[in-house]
Design a protein. Structure first.
Length: 293
């Protein structure tokens, strides 16, 4: 069993700890009424997008998300939260150095003793969810489980549902497809982007992600019999019908979106292995992007 597979299957255990500790860690995700910015790169940028949607949806305050590599100072924030599993990502460190004086700076990381901790006022360390694999799976989903609990989302059945799902054999024959599309709405659009990224990272395959109802506005043109279209979160029946009408296979169910994402992680691994690739050693990638190193 690959390292990546082991870490995927361990996700419900790390979710359980994150949820149990949510009351003690909730301030890291922004206090009620604060204007908050979440920063990230790659997977962490997608998590940032999901967090911003979740927080505003909970009525806790105006919240933005940005790629650290693209963000420039200008808007006023009470708190800037940087997400970096390794704590070493160059663009994150640069962005934190540009935050206005007086703004509370927080890092959420998997490594306690890392450069990012020297640039912030407080640190949330999810070291129990850190990963050996280059490809992230349990760190981002654990962070999201913690935030959802902090924001008052009902996650009471999440761990049990995750275990039940991951205990089942993965039921999709990935060799039937060469085109993978992930769709989401609201906070699950970030999950869709993360799922698509995993397919590219681990399996070097063609994958896309879009806001669910925007898929019909152009991207559906390339869908066909070799396409798998996975909708994370609630699925609009008319969208499902339109995608199936072009011959694509649709995956849509009523499981919690984080449970669906864990299964999407399994798809990326299964696809990589079907192509003779090692998901633990993705091409051209390292655990952290450290510029100049």
């Amino acid at each position: 069993m690959s390292i990546t597979t082991t870490e995927i299957l361990s996700q419900p255990d790390t979710w359980a700890r994150a949820i149990a500790e949510a009351s003690a860690t909730s301030s890291s995700f922004g206090l009620p009424g604060e204007r908050v910015l979440f920063l990230g790169c790659g997977t962490s940028a997608f998590v940032a997008e999901s967090l911003a949607a979740l927080r505003e949806g909970a009525g806790l305050g105006e919240t933005d998300a940005a790629y650290a590599s693209e963000w420039r100072p200008g808007r006023r924030y009470d708190r800037v939260v940087a997400i970096t599993r390794s704590g070493t990502t160059s663009e994150i460190l640069t962005a934190l150095g540009q935050v206005d004086a007086g703004v509370t700076k927080v890092a959420i990381t998997g490594v306690a003793d890392s450069p990012v901790t020297e640039l912030v006022d407080s640190v949330l360390v999810l070291d129990y969810a850190d990963e050996r694999s280059v490809v992230q799976t349990r760190f981002p989903t654990t962070l999201l489980a913690a935030a959802r609990a902090a924001y008052g989302d009902d996650v009471s059945g999440l761990v049990t549902a995750g275990r039940a799902s991951l205990d089942q054999p993965f039921g999709i024959d990935v060799t039937r497809y060469d085109h993978f599309v992930y769709l989401g709405s609201g906070w699950t659009h970030g999950l869709a982007q993360e799922a698509a990224l995993k397919v590219r990272e681990a399996a070097q395959a063609w994958s896309e992600s879009y806001p669910a109802l925007d898929y019909r506005h152009g991207p559906i043109a390339v869908a066909g019999e070799r396409s798998l279209v996975w909708i994370l979160g609630p699925a609009d029946p008319t969208l499902v019908a339109d995608v199936e009408a072009v011959g694509a296979t649709v995956v849509a169910d009523d499981r919690d979106p984080l449970v669906q994402l864990a299964d999407a992680h399994r798809l990326a691994v299964a696809l990589a292995e079907s192509r003779g690739l090692d998901p633990d050693t993705p091409r051209h990638l390292t655990r952290s992007v450290v510029l100049g190193a």
